[in-house]
Design a protein around this ligand. Structure first.
Ligand code: ARG
Length: 588
C-alpha cells in the first residue's frame, strides 16, 4: 500500500501535468505550519524558475484543477506560491480503513525483492559480564533487525562473541596459578577431559577482572597470559578444552541475559569461528597483490584520494605473524559471504570503532571479499552516561553490570506501582519487569543512536512524558476500555465511520502516517523515528480520550466506531513497540 504522501503526490503530479507543468513539481510534504494546514506542496516555487512565471500563478492553476477533488476539505494557493491543504474526512477515513483491513501489516508493504541482511550486534565478550556498553548494541540491533524483518527482508542476527583475545589467556593463566593440579595443565595427559567445567559463572566472572588487573601490574604474568593465548590458538589441547568450558559456561549465562532483554540471535558465532578462514584469505590477498609489507607487517592500503582525514592502512598480520581484530573481522566477512552471501551487513558497535570499520570495509571492498554491490554499514552508537555526564558507573565507581542495571530499573518501577495501585506484590513484580524493560529500551532508542545520552532512572521510569512507561500506559488504557466494552459487545469488523471533530481528525491523521514512519526508520536504520511516532500517537490519542466520552457515548453506533478506532490505535502502538523490542502488560 502506498503511503498517504505518495498518494497525495500522485494527485498533485497529475494536476501539475494537466496544467502543462512538469509533474516532478508535485511533491507533497507534511505541513511545517500545522496551525495553517495539514499538508502542503511547494512545487510552484521551483516551477516558477523553469516557466518564468510568478509562483502564485502556477499554484493557482494547480489549485483550480484540484479544487473539486473529494480528497480535500480545503485547498488554497498562498503567497508567494505555497499550496496548503487539509484532507477531507472521507479521503482520510478511506485510507485508514484500508490500513485497518491489512491486519498483519497495517499498510506496510513487504519488500518485493527481500534482501538478505546480517546484523552484527551484541558483541559480548566471553567470560566478561555483560555491562552497559553492550546494552546499546543489543537494544538498537534488535530493533533494527525487527524493523527490517517486518518489511519482508531475510534477516540474520549474529551475536559475534569476542572469544579470541588475550582475555582467554589471562583466565587460563590465572586458573593455572590457582589450580595447577587440573588435568588441563598436564601436558602428558592423554585421556578425555572432564565434561564438567572446573568453575562456575560467578567464579569465572571473578577471575577475569582479577587477572586483568594483575596483568596491568605484573609484566611477567601478562607475558605468561600472552604465551597461553598463543598456545591456545596454536593447538594446546588442554587449553583448548578449558577454553571450551569457558565458552559454554559463559554462553549459557549470556543467553539468559539476552533473554531477559528480549533480544534473540539467530546465530551464536564467535570470533574464533572465523580463524579457519584466515590462512586462505591471507594467501589470496597476497597472490592478488593487494598487500604490501610495512615494517615487517602485512598491510592493505585503504587510503583514497578524496580522504580528508588520516586513513592508516589496514593491518592483516603483525610483524610476528600474529593476527589482529581486523583480520578476524575480515575473515568473518569471508565466512558470512560463504554461508549466506548477504546483500547487506550491518554492524551495530560503539562509535569509537568507526575508523576501524571504515578500514575493514574499504579493505573488504578493495580485495573483493564482498561483491561490488554488497552493502556494509556501520551504525556507531554513543555512550550511555550517568547524570554527571561521565560513562555510567555503579555507585562505588565500578563497571555496572547489565543484570544489576535491570534490577535497579525494575525496582524503581515496582515502587511506583506499589505506591499507586493495589495489586499483589507478585503481580507488581511481574508488571515491573515488563514496564522496566520498556523504560530501559525506550530511554535508549528514543535518542539518535550516534548521540551519547544520560541514563536517568527517574525520568525513564516516569509514567508521563516521552518514556516507555507512558507509551505502555496508553496501550493499557486502551486495552482496559476495550475489555470493558467487550464484556457485553463484540468488536465489529466493519469500516470506521466517524463525524469530523478536531481530536478524531488528529488521531486519524497520526494513524495514517504509520507506514511512512516505518519505511523511513528502515531506510535510515533509525528506531528513534518510531519512538517519536509512538509518542506523538500516544499524545494525540490521550487528547482524544480526555475529550471524548467513549464508553459513556449514548449512540451505540458511534460508540462502536470509537471502539474500532481504539482497537486500530492499539494495534499500531503494539506493532510499533514490538519493532522497538518490548511489549505491553495487560494492566499497570
Ligand atoms: N566484542 C567487541 C567489543 O566488545 C565488539 C564486536 C563488534 N563486532 C565486530 N564484528 N567487530 O568491543
Amino acid at each position: 500500500m502506498n503511503t498517504l504522501l505518495q498518494n497525495l503526490t500522485e494527485n498533485f503530479k497529475a494536476a501539475f501535468k494537466e496544467c502543462g507543468y512538469d509533474e516532478k513539481y508535485g511533491k507533497v510534504t507534511l505541513s511545517n505550519r500545522p496551525d495553517l494546514c495539514e499538508y502542503q506542496c511547494n512545487g510552484a516555487m521551483a516551477a516558477a524558475k523553469e516557466y518564468k512565471k510568478a509562483p502564485i500563478m502556477i499554484a493557482n492553476d494547480v489549485v483550480a484543477k484540484l479544487e473539486k477533488s473529494k480528497c480535500f476539505k480545503k485547498i488554497e494557493a498562498v503567497n508567494p506560491g505555497f499550496i496548503n491543504f487539509d484532507l477531507s474526512m472521507s479521503f482520510l477515513s478511506d485510507y485508514v480503513n484500508e490500513m485497518k483491513e491489512d491486519k498483519d501489516n497495517l499498510g506496510c508493504e513487504k519488500n518485493e525483492n527481500p534482501s538478505k541482511i546480517i546484523i552484527d550486534y551484541g558483541g559480548a565478550n566471553v567470560a566478561k559480564p555483560l555491562h552497559v556498553g553492550h546494552l546499546r548494541s543489543a537494544v538498537i540491533g534488535e530493533s533494527i533487525k525487527r524493523i527490517l524483518k517486518f518489511l519482508g527482508n531475510d534477516t540474520v542476527g549474529d551475536v559475534h562473541l569476542g572469544d579470541w583475545g588475550l582475555q582467554m589467556g589471562l583466565i587460563i593463566t590465572e586458573l593455572k596459578e590457582r589450580k595447577p593440579e587440573l588435568v588441563y595443565f598436564d601436558s602428558n595427559y592423554e585421556g578425555e577431559y572432564p565434561k564438567e567445567a572446573p568453575f562456575t559463572i560467578s567464579e569465572l566472572e571473578e577471575i577475569y577482572p582479577y587477572a586483568n588487573a594483575k596483568s596491568k601490574e605484573d609484566e611477567e604474568f601478562k607475558e605468561k597470559a600472552r604465551q597461553a593465548t598463543f598456545e591456545l590458538q596454536n593447538g594446546n589441547k588442554g587449553y583448548y578444552a578449558l577454553w571450551q568450558h569457558i565458552i559454554n559456561v559463559s554462553v549459557t549465562d549470556l543467553k539468559k541475559n539476552y533473554d531477559n532483554l528480549n533480544v534473540e540471535f539467530e546465530l551464536w558465532k564467535k570470533e574464533s569461528d572465523a580463524q579457519k578462514y584466515i590462512p586462505d584469505m591471507v594467501n589470496y590477498m597476497k597472490e592478488n597483490n593487494y598487500t604490501r609489507v610495512s615494517e615487517g607487517a602485512l598491510v592493505v592500503d585503504v587510503k583514497e584520494d578524496t580522504d580528508k582525514k588520516e586513513m592508516p592502512p589496514c593491518m592483516i598480520l603483525k610483524s610476528n605473524g600474529a593476527t589482529l581484530y581486523n583480520t578476524t573481522d575480515l575473515a568473518t566477512i569471508v565466512e558470512r559471504m560463504e554461508m549466506f552471501s548477504p546483500d547487506h551487513i550491518i554492524y551495530v558497535v560503539d562509535k569509537r570503532q568507526e575508523l576501524y570499520f571504515e578500514q575493514v570495509f574499504r579493505c573488504a571492498k578493495k580485495t573483493k571479499l564482498v561483491n561490488d554491490d554488497t552493502r556494509l554499514t556501520f551504525i556507531g552508537f554513543g555512550t550511555m552516561n550517568g547524570k554527571d555526564g561521565k560513562p555510567f558507573k555503579t555507585r562505588d565507581g565500578g563497571v555496572m553490570r547489565l543484570e544489576n542495571l535491570i534490577k535497579e530499573i525494575n525496582n524503581a518501577v515496582y515502587n511506583k506501582i506499589m505506591e499507586n495501585r493495589e495489586v499483589s506484590e507478585e503481580e507488581a513484580r511481574e508488571i515491573a519487569g515488563v514496564v522496566g524493560l520498556s523504560a530501559l529500551k525506550y530511554g535508549d532508542l528514543s535518542n539518535q543512536a550516534s548521540k551519547d545520552y544520560i541514563f536517568d532512572i527517574e525520568r525513564f521510569t516516569s509514567f508521563e512524558g516521552n518514556t516507555g512507561p507512558y507509551i505502555l500506559y496508553t496501550i493499557v488504557r486502551i486495552k482496559s476500555i476495550l475489555n470493558k466494552y467487550l464484556e457485553n459487545n463484540s468488536l465489529e469488523n466493519s469500516e470506521i465511520v466517524l463525524e469530523e471533530s478536531e481530536t478524531v481528525k488528529a488521531l486519524l491523521l497520526e494513524i495514517s502516517k504509520f507506514n511512512e514512519v516505518i519505511y523511513n526508520a528502515a531506510e535510515e536504520l533509525a528506531p528513534h523515528k518510531i519512538c517519536s511516532y509512538v509518542y506523538d500517537l500516544s499524545n494525540v490519542f490521550n487528547r482524544f480520550y480526555h475529550e471524548t466520552k467513549i464508553l459513556g457515548e449514548e449512540n451505540e453506533s458511534v460508540k462502536a466506531n470509537y471502539i474500532k478506532l481504539l482497537s486500530l490505535t492499539k494495534d499500531i502502538l503494539e506493532k510499533s513497540i514490538y519493532l522497538l523490542g518490548f511489549d505491553a502488560p495487560e494492566r499497570m
